[in-house]
Design a protein around this ligand. Structure first.
Ligand code: HEC
Ligand code: HEC
Ligand code: HEC
Length: 428
């Protein structure tokens, strides 16, 4: 009976809304008593957990794990007073255009270049029902259901960037303007640490100049979804000159260690220089990488162009995105930087067993992890006594002892060939 009523209410709601204006800001009021379509709500919930919960918390209470690192508290979206003070159109505007555009904190990112208008409305529907008085929401007629495409950087755009970077990009005024964008205007610090400030959702940017090539920084921040469709980093809709200035800034500074406890300097230790000066052979490196009987057996854990395991990150374009120095460090000392999304979690079960693996998902029911062998496991919450994220990588830490200098040089040469031609003109 209740279900029938809901269906009826929805039908009425459809009829009333269909005359609203075609653009995204259209009126969205629903008649009293109408319920939000459960599927629409579910869609909003998934998006919220993917893109918002790390700051706003799973239930919109403003208590996501990242909130404590922010200078400004994320809004408490579940607060009925907060909800009462804002129209759906106001919510749409801040989610779509970001905090800075509506005189709120610049730490609230822009999502209108990442999500479709309809998806943003589904987020509003979800947010409205977080507070007990929240009403029903439906996307206005005619809103776009396609996600925005984002810029596609052509070969010539990349060539022009490289030329710019070699000249203009080294100048102080570019570096300063990039710094200003990051520190005060764009939402980078909402998710990334720089010096002692900022969030922990993405990698620490102190190391940008050591880890990433300038071309990659430019290409990635111009359109992250083009390279990693599921990334939690939104497309911030940067103007080309903004993306250039930010790349100049991030490529300009001397890298610092990840946190204070680490006394180790970032950089290449003296005794590693021999790995970089040795001439590697890419085809030998490829064999070492793929040899299932060998000591390295990198392919057991890494996907390259559709082949290999998926315990670790895909390496298909690391020759484009990572510097040689960072690749060397990743192989010899994997604990220095743990790639975003690959933190190891250690679980102690109630029957006193330790289980370690990479956390893929965590929800009310428990943890989904991938263990060293690449096996997916679900650990139900009622079996878990304690858990802890660890600062060590699931990648073996002893390749420095297991592999000859020449073998590592060969591996580096091979990784250097794994490029994206649209961004890297020739392999390194
Ligand atoms: C990096 C952290 C971060 C992420 C991710 C984030 N927000 Fe926010 N959000 C904030 C902060 C900080 C504020 C507070 C802004 C202020 O009050 O100045 C805020 C404010 C808001 C507001 C209230 C604006 C107002 O009118 O006061 C809404 C609505 C909102 N966020 C929705 C979302 C949604 C939806 C998502 C996911 C698509 C999201 N946020 C993702 C940090 C974040
Ligand atoms: C809402 C969170 C969020 C915001 C805002 C954000 N990032 Fe990110 N960023 C991430 C995450 C998460 C990653 C991890 C990479 C992935 O998902 O594949 C990332 C990755 C990166 C990387 C490394 C890419 C790689 O190859 O690993 C760089 C560089 C970067 N971001 C720079 C920036 C800059 C500059 C800004 C501001 C203009 C910014 N980010 C804003 C979340 C964010
Ligand atoms: C048992 C699984 C495993 C094996 C074997 C393994 N890796 Fe990894 N690798 C990982 C994991 C997990 C990560 C992510 C965590 C981290 O950053 O250490 C990683 C990270 C990396 C990264 C950094 C990627 C990035 O973008 O940040 C590189 C490069 C890499 N591995 C190369 C190799 C090479 C080369 C070999 C063979 C000599 C190898 N790996 C063997 C699991 C493995």
């Amino acid at each position: 009976m209740l279900k029938l009523l809901k269906t009826l209410a929805l039908t009425v709601c459809f009829a009333v809304i269909s005359n609203s204006s075609a653009w995204a800001g259209g009126v969205s009021e629903s008649p009293l008593g109408a319920a939000t379509d459960p599927e629409f709500l579910q869609k909003g919930k998934h998006l919220f957990l993917d893109y918002c919960a790390h700051c706003h918390g799973n239930h919109g209470d403003g208590d996501g794990f990242n909130a404590e690192f922010l200078d400004k508290d994320p809004a408490e979206l579940s607060n009925p007073e907060f909800l009462a003070k804002r129209s759906d159109e106001q919510l749409f505007r801040v989610i779509s255009e970001g905090g800075a555009k509506v005189k709120k904190s610049y730490l609230m990112p822009v999502f209108g270049h990442t999500l479709s208008e309809e998806e943003i409305w589904s987020l509003i529907a979800f947010i409205r029902q977080l507070g007990p008085t929240g009403g029903a929401v439906k996307a206005p007629e005619g809103v776009k259901t396609e996600r925005p495409a984002g810029v596609v950087l052509s070969r010539s755009a990349m060539d022009s960037f490289s030329k710019w970077f070699a000249g203009e990009g080294q100048k102080k005024e570019q570096v300063t303007s990039g710094e200003l964008l990051i520190m005060n205007k764009k939402s980078c610090l909402g998710c990334h640490q720089l010096n002692e400030e900022g969030g922990r959702i993405g990698p620490n940017l102190n190391r940008s100049s050591f880890n990433y090539t300038p071309e990659w920084i430019y290409a990635w921040i111009s359109n992250p979804q083009a390279f990693h469709p599921g990334t939690k980093m939104p497309n911030l809709g940067l103007e080309p000159q903004e993306a250039r200035a930010i790349s100049a800034f991030l490529s300009s500074f001397e890298p610092e260690a990840d946190d204070e406890e680490e006394e180790a300097e970032v950089g290449i230790p003296e005794d590693w220089k021999q790995y970089l000066s040795a001439t590697g052979d890419a085809s030998r490196g490829e064999k070492i990488f793929n040899n299932a009987e060998g000591t390295a057996n990198c392919a057991k854990c890494h996907l390259v162009k559709g082949e290999g395991g998926s315990v670790g990150p895909e390496l298909s374009i690391v020759g484009t995105s990572r510097t040689r120095e960072f690749l060397l460090e990743s192989v010899l000392a994997p604990n220095e930087v743990i790639t975003a999304g690959y933190k190891t979690i250690m679980i102690l079960t109630k029957d006193r067993k330790f289980i370690t693996g990479i956390k893929i998902n965590e929800d009310e029911s428990g943890f989904d992890i991938v263990d060293k062998e690449g096996k997916n496991r679900h650990i139900p919450r009622e079996k878990v006594k304690k858990f802890k994220t660890q600062k060590i990588s699931t990648m073996p830490g002893n390749f420095k002892d297991l592999l000859e200098v020449q073998e590592v040089a060969d591996l580096l040469a091979y990784l250097g060939t794994l490029t994206l031609p649209a961004i890297t003109a020739s392999s390194r």
